[in-house]
Design a protein around this ligand. Structure first.
Ligand code: 5GP
Ligand code: ZN
Length: 134
């Protein structure tokens, strides 16, 4: 067993409020929720982040999120949610076992939505740079 907290949760060696499990994935409540019902969906196969996990595992994670999100929303009385991966320390990732956040949202819950900028970068150059690297 490695030192990963989420691997330990999957193995039942650390407590968690599990809400869903199947052969490939596991879902449980986040211990520091942004709102009630904040859930983490993780692949059972340990990888550091979204880019390292297999395509099959990531497709499956999205399927699981679609399956469980409606029940989460009903349970906590929310109509909306944010879905997200933090990938890398600079994006706020602190647990290096791939996880998908399902975050129920409530009107005026005080959490900010991303703010876009009105400053226009060189879109064409950026698009070209990206396309050359795909
Ligand atoms: P990250 O910032 O890496 O995307 O999010 C990691 C999340 O894992 C955080 O929201 C944090 O509250 C949650 N978390 C960290 N340790 C534990 C734990 O031991 N149990 C549970 N249930 N959640 C945890
Ligand atoms: Zn792990």
């Amino acid at each position: 067993m490695n030192d990963c907290i989420f691997c330990k949760i999957i193995a039942g060696q650390m407590p968690a409020h599990k809400i869903y499990e199947d052969d490939l994935a596991f879902a449980f409540l986040d211990i520091r929720p942004i709102n009630p019902g904040h859930t983490l969906v993780i692949p059972k196969a340990h990888q550091e982040n979204f880019l390292k996990s297999s395509e099959a595992d990531m497709c499956h994670l999205i399927k699981v999120a679609q399956k469980i999100a409606p029940g989460i929303l009903k349970a906590v009385g929310a109509e909306s949610f944010n879905l997200g991966f933090n990938v890398g320390r600079g994006a706020g990732q602190v647990i290096f076992h791939t996880h998908l956040h399902i975050m129920p949202r409530f009107p005026a819950d005080g959490h900010e939505i991303w703010q876009g900028s009105d400053e226009h970068p060189d879109f064409q150059a950026i698009a070209d740079q990206i396309k050359q690297r795909l």
